[in-house]
Design a protein around this ligand. Sequence first.
Ligand code: GLU
Length: 460
Amino acid sequence: MSLVQFVEQTLGTDNAHRYINQLLETVQERNPSEVEFHQAVREVLISLIPVLSQKPKYMEHAVLDRLVEPDRLISFRVPWTDDTGKIRVNRGYRVQFSNAIGPYKGGLRFHPSVNASIIKFLGFEQIFKNALTGQSIGGGKGGADFDPRGKSDLEIMRFCQSFMTELSKHIGPDTDVPAGDIGVGAREIGYMFGQYKKLVGAYEAGVLTGKGIGYGGSLGRKEATGYGAVYFVEEMLKSAGLGFNGSTVVVSGSGNVSIYAMEKAMQLGAKVVACSDSSGYIYHQAGINLDTIKRLKEVEYRRCQDYVLEHPDAVYVEGCSGIWTIACDIALPCATQNEINKLSAELLVRNGVKAVGEGANMPSTLEAIDVFLDNNVLFAPAKAANAGGVSVSALEMAQNSARLAWTMEEVDLKLQQIMHNIYSESLKASQDYGVPGNLVVGANIAGFVKVADAMIAQGV
Ligand code: GLU
């Protein structure tokens, strides 16, 4: 059942629908022009109608009125000097959305598109995603409108140091624990950790996650989001008697999430035929060579385009959305928000896609999600499917607190267990609230209930 049909079915049945409509209007009025934030709130609020109908206490305690307003949004100047000696200025953000069940937790994104709306949509999603993992982590997010593309290593370092000089005032191992996201990987986390350490004068390993293995990072963190997404999709496929083995897969993006989603899908017997970056996509009918992609992206910081220099039987096409015209059994959008619109979703359906797993945050528009659900495509929503990254971040925090380090096998086993639990909890919530198999609704409800109950217990 699509979200549209779902709303129609619940329409007029009780106060819940009216309440949600009013709240959505308030959110739009209070946060004008923050379209990504509106979209994320809309998806969650609509999904929660059946819980509010059955449990009006959540309306009486104004849980959602409180949750759509972050605890605080910090915005700050980030001045830095480029290699020519010119002074440059970017804007940094940290949104601390909810610490009802644990310290604020969520990544940092460095990308020119970053603004308050993007950071707030990501922070809002993070509340429910983090609750779904079953770990004690609240919701937060941050970043800057800084473009790391084409910057030298020293420029990246100076930017990270300046960014952390301000951010350090607002974070801490029990307060708020940032990590990576688009444009922020182990290198950036390293520079930020170095600066934080210098500023506070103490070795607080648990203040950031995604650290290098030699100084407090967790084995398996780098792989966790991609592996976790594939573990989740494999569970979903299993319920329909399907699997990755023998399937053709398209994975957008070529960053951390995409690379390890490709790796795990290949390990499970899939053929991955395409991936992309923000300039265009590569199609390799024989199957993508992951070693080449890893070297190009992780070591040499180069573009996907260069892949065809080494693999002349592959083709490179300018522009990103064309990747969804490729026929596949399973689509894993692992690039960025709103990369699949209604038209792309329709093309995927026409070409026979059986399952979609969201590795990125909010990669499908609401209309695209409806196309998938209307056409009975198995759909794994981001909050559930990409929760593996933050889950292993929480495992990194646990290792830092205990001052020990687990093996890759231990971490991977825990990740598989967590993804399994997220799948069963989301499925159960979808069944309990009358939309069996709709994991969008199921994941939102399962995450929400944990946060809402904690908020009620802690008072206003
Ligand atoms: N940026 C990732 C996410 O969207 C990971 C966050 C983290 O590890 O704290 O969930």
